[in-house]
Design a protein around this ligand. Structure first.
Ligand SMILES: [Zn+2]
Length: 704
């Protein structure tokens, strides 16, 4: 999938300084600016600052030791980031929250064959020849965040990826899951969804393992020879039901500030599994799968281990022990601000999580180094006397891995003020390789493309050119639900990172960027500095590239005259989602469902967007009323009642799928009602959507 081009790194060193002014000042106009010439000079000064070498040093410091959320080492990384923010001139504070999280005391798996002979015990230690980081005693044992505690023994059933259709296929083959331990492979959906469905179907425990077909030797050489997962590598991760609500499980909708009384907390039952789940390497999972009897698997279910897989049950029994230490623990967000000179209440928020399951070189600290070098650039401008028009806020989130906790609590605390936030800019997995990708609400697709036109790529030309010319496949870390239009593909925002509370709870227009590549060590001890410099970005030039894109997004939005939201594209995308839903409803034979009112509302929204675009293209410099309407249009798409059965999710156009977790479900109220074959709910959710689109059209139309 990935071709490494080492020569390009050296070319970059020569090309970049000279190419910067031409990239930026050469643009005749930029959407949102009355006169871009002054801003072009500021941007050129910014773009010259982020340094590859410094980004590499920052990454090395951040990933020196394991720094899981709420540990002393995590606190040290908070202090380090705070010190960098302060050095750049940001008004900085470390913000604590008190949140319920588990850490593992005992995680144990043993398997016996039908004759009672021991086949394996685990999880085994993660080890490969020569890795310099694997021996640290602070490496946490493999476990799942939000797992239940328990001690269970049972027969085993293999459920492929643990998708809804996989479980349905088992049911169709009359494989009963009651009292069984389900073994599923990672991939295709969010791990919490696998456990969610297994629990609904009566399973008493879940093993989630990494099949070599999905991120191991089947893809290419395993670490340390290559970037893919070695036999002992385990993917840790949260199994929280974040598609219900993310954040502190005891405080949906409320911030877990240290002074929050117990009476304001609820039972965590609503977003956590009750059964236990344990992650395994394929070395540990292999003897279980090999001993499993029962019918052979359907062809698509066969992984890359060297024997035929069977569904079970029979042939093997597994004993699982999970003792999880649940406590309210202190986590630390780092928040750095620069007050805007003209529009201090309009916030530009840019963030990245800092906590890692282990070292987190790619996930998330390549993103942290990205943010720190962006802040370095903004700091240089501040030291030269520049000030942004709007307030800029940089945020280093904690406890993202456990369930987007640091960002969710902060958003819940500042929900009111965030109604004026003009953008949330996210980076999580900043750099795993050379392939730039982005996801955004449709109103910001053109904005992110325009920003990448101003940033040079280490491969020559601009980030935009390389991105647009890349094969669409393997270049989208978040898939798009819109038809291709020949331009660089911008994905849709589902979940699995910190943009979720901003967009889907309070309606802040959001973007997410990353630079992907062959990355088989996700959430394992091997996602460390040694792996990173060997595989992802040996000369840190992609960290530099991402720092420029991330910082330029913030800078351009902070100073823009007119908010550069493209509602023409938003309306077009919504219409295409309605077309798809209408087809699905017909296929599902739901009977007479009237899409007419929703389609008419989408058309009114499109007309309003078209008229407003004319005003956006001719800014005069006094756009307060226009900007207010532009911003409130996204808020208009928030439904106060939220989605059926998950009121925390309030956006009518985007949500994580209940059965996908990461991937976005578009017009989720309607789409999920159709998938549930519920005609009544489909009609009711179409009404909710119609009202939201009418609110959006009216808000946008109010300035004409
Ligand atoms: Zn992450």
């Amino acid at each position: 999938m990935i071709v490494r081009r080492p020569l390009a790194f050296f070319l970059l060193l020569v090309l970049v300084p000279g190419s910067l002014p031409a990239q930026t000042a050469g643009q005749p106009s930029v959407f949102g600016y009355a006169d871009f010439s002054k801003q072009a000079k500021i941007e050129a000064r910014f773009l010259a600052v982020p340094e590859a070498k410094l980004a590499g040093e920052e990454l090395k410091t951040l990933t020196a030791v394991p720094h899981m959320a709420a540990t002393p080492e995590d606190r040290k990384t908070a202090d380090y980031v705070a010190q960098k923010f302060r050095a750049a001139g940001l008004d900085t504070e470390i913000v604590p929250y008190n949140v319920l999280m588990n850490q593992p005391k005992v995680v144990h798996v043993e398997a016996y064959n039908a004759a009672g002979h021991l086949l394996m015990t685990g999880p085994a230690r993660e080890e490969v020849p020569g890795d310099p980081f694997e021996d640290n005693p602070r490496v946490v044992m493999p476990f799942n965040g939000s797992s239940g505690s328990g001690d269970v023994t049972g027969e085993v059933v293999y459920a492929n990826y643990g998708r809804l259709e996989d479980f349905d296929q088992l049911a169709a083959q009359h494989v009963d899951l009651h009292g069984k331990i389900v073994i599923v492979r990672y991939g295709a959906n969010f791990r919490g969804v696998k456990v969610y469905i297994a629990e609904q179907r009566g399973a008493i425990g879940v093993i989630i393992y990494s099949d070599p077909q999905d991120d191991g030797y089947y893809k290419g050489d395993a670490y340390p020879l290559g970037p893919w997962r070695p036999d002992t590598g385990v993917q840790r991760g949260s199994v929280q039901y974040l598609f219900k609500y993310p954040g502190d499980p005891e405080t949906p909708g409320v911030a877990s500030t240290p002074d929050l009384p117990d009476s304001s907390r609820v039972s965590p039952d609503g977003n956590q599994p009750h059964i236990i789940s344990i992650p395994l390497s394929y070395r540990d999972a292999s003897p279980i799968l090999q001993a499993l009897k029962g019918p052979g698997v359907p062809q698509g279910w066969q992984g890359a281990l060297p024997f035929r897989y069977h569904l079970g049950p029979g042939g093997v029994k597994v004993h699982l022990v999970s003792q999880q230490d649940y406590q309210r623990r202190t986590i630390w967000d780092v928040i750095g601000k620069v007050k805007g000179t003209e529009l201090p209440d309009e916030w530009v928020v840019a963030g990245n999580h800092r906590d890692a399951w282990v070292y987190g070189a790619v996930d998330p600290n390549s993103g942290t180094a990205t943010m720190l070098e962006a802040v370095h650039g903004i700091g240089d401008l501040l030291h030269q006397g520049w000030r942004p028009k709007r307030t800029m806020i940089f945020a280093s989130w904690d406890a993202e891995e456990e369930g987007l906790i640091g960002s969710t609590e902060w958003v819940e605390q500042h929900a009111k003020a965030l109604e004026n936030a003009v953008i949330y800019i996210n980076v999580d997995v900043g750099v795993a390789g050379p392939n730039f990708s982005a996801a955004a609400v449709p109103s910001l697709k053109q904005f992110i493309r325009e920003v990448t036109r101003s940033v040079p790529s280490p491969l020559g030309s601009t980030v935009y050119d390389v991105w647009r010319n890349a094969r669409a496949e393997g270049n989208e870390h978040r898939p798009s639900n819109s038809p291709p239009d020949g331009d660089a593909r911008v994905g849709d925002l589902g979940s699995g990172s910190d943009f979720t509370p901003f967009l889907q709870h309070v309606g802040v227009p959001s973007t997410d960027i990353g630079s992907g590549g062959a990355y088989g060590v996700y959430h394992s001890v091997f996602d460390n500095y040694a792996w990173f410099t060997m595989n992802a970005d040996p000369h840190f030039v992609y960290l530099q590239e991402m720092a420029r894109v991330f910082g330029l997004e913030a800078l351009r939005m902070a100073d823009t005259d007119v908010l550069p939201y493209d509602y023409v594209t938003y309306a077009r995308d919504i219409s295409s989602y309605l077309d798809t839903a209408k087809r699905k409803a017909a296929d599902a034979k739901l009977g007479a469902i009237d899409f007419g009112p929703a389609e008419a509302a989408a058309n009114r929204f499109a007309s309003a967007a078209q008229r407003v675009r004319g005003m956006q293209l001719a800014p005069t410099g006094d756009e307060a009323k226009l900007n207010l309407a532009l911003r409130e249009t996204e808020t208009a798409l928030i439904s106060p009642a939220g989605l059926p059965n998950r009121p925390w999710y309030r956006h009518t156009i985007y949500a994580p799928g209940e059965y996908t977790g990461y991937a976005a479900v578009v017009i989720p109220g309607v789409t999920e009602a159709i998938e549930a074959k519920d005609a009544g709910r489909t009609s009711q959710q179409l009404t909710v959507l119609t009202q939201a689109l009418d609110r959006a059209a009216q808000t946008l139309g109010s300035v004409q």
